[in-house]
Write a protein that binds this ligand. Structure first.
Ligand SMILES: [Zn+2]
Length: 268
């Protein structure tokens, strides 16, 4: 923790399968000024709750981790009311930043640095923010539920680069704070690699469609969640295709016969 900087959380009223208990909005700052991270969906009650936390302090900016509808839409209207700039990686649906943030960039908070870490995977435009040994993880790492991944290759690389960087605490966009970052990041990586192995095995057993792979690999998961699982399988297949472990032909998939999962080439 950084002395003199407080972090307060305001839970948005949008619980659901993708959002857990709801979106965590963070009010981060000192005695005089704060920034607001991930204001969430447009909701007057939530906006009022955020402003109550801000109290009499000056708001310096409104920041978003990414432009999904549970994180960003309140950013522009709230910032317009406050007369402050909106910061994010890039424009998106219902989101129009005044300042575009890039990896390694810094946002000042009450004299301290909030460092921008570009972490594509959950979405291309996803950012985490580091304050001392604390990382605001958005939807890159969630407290208690599985992350929806758009693109698995960049997602795993974005997890890898957080390893061994001296983090002590993760503050997610959904769920509770997490105090053992290394263990959690390692678990996330292991979990995804296990799924990848299962998908490769399923391809080798002859599954050729996303639906067939879901039935095979997620047979223990409620069928209501299979559409979600299908998106995850597609994200894995995209990675396996770029790794030349899977091949695509229209809607059909096959295992690439030449390359094994650990990168050794099979001999003829
Ligand atoms: Zn989210």
């Amino acid at each position: 923790m950084i002395v003199g900087i407080g972090i307060e959380r305001v839970l948005a009223p949008n619980p659901g399968p993708f959002t857990g208990p709801g979106t965590n909005t963070y009010v981060i700052g000192g005695e005089r000024s704060v920034v607001i991270l991930d204001p969430g969906p447009v909701d007057q009650g939530h906006a009022d709750a955020i402003l109550a936390k801000v109290g009499g302090r000056r708001v310096e900016s409104v920041i978003v981790t990414h432009t999904h509808s549970d994180h960003a839409p309140l950013a522009n209207p709230l910032a317009a009311d406050l007369g402050v700039p909106v910061l994010g990686y890039a424009p998106g649906p219902d989101f129009d930043p005044d300042v575009m943030l890039a990896d390694g960039g810094v946002v000042g908070i009450a004299g301290e640095d909030l460092v921008v870490v570009h972490t594509p995977g959950h979405s291309d435009d996803h950012l985490c923010f580091r304050l001392g040994d604390t990382l605001f993880t958005g939807d890159h790492i969630m407290g208690g539920s599985s992350v929806m991944v758009e693109d698995m290759g960049p997602y795993l690389a974005s997890l890898e680069r957080l390893r061994g960087t001296g983090l002590e605490r993760l503050l997610p966009g959904h769920g509770e704070p997490m105090d053992e970052p290394e263990e959690i990041i390692s678990w996330y990586l292991a979990h995804r690699m296990e799924r990848e192995r299962q998908i490769i095995d399923s391809l080798r057993r002859g599954s050729t469609t996303v639906g067939a792979i879901v039935e095979d690999v997620y047979s223990d998961v409620d069928t209501d969640l299979h559409p979600l699982a299908a998106r995850s399988v597609v994200a894995h297949l995209r990675k396996l295709e770029s790794d030349e472990i899977a091949r695509r032909d229209g809607d059909e998939w096959q295992s690439g016969v030449r390359l094994t999962v650990d990168g050794r080439r099979d001999e003829d």
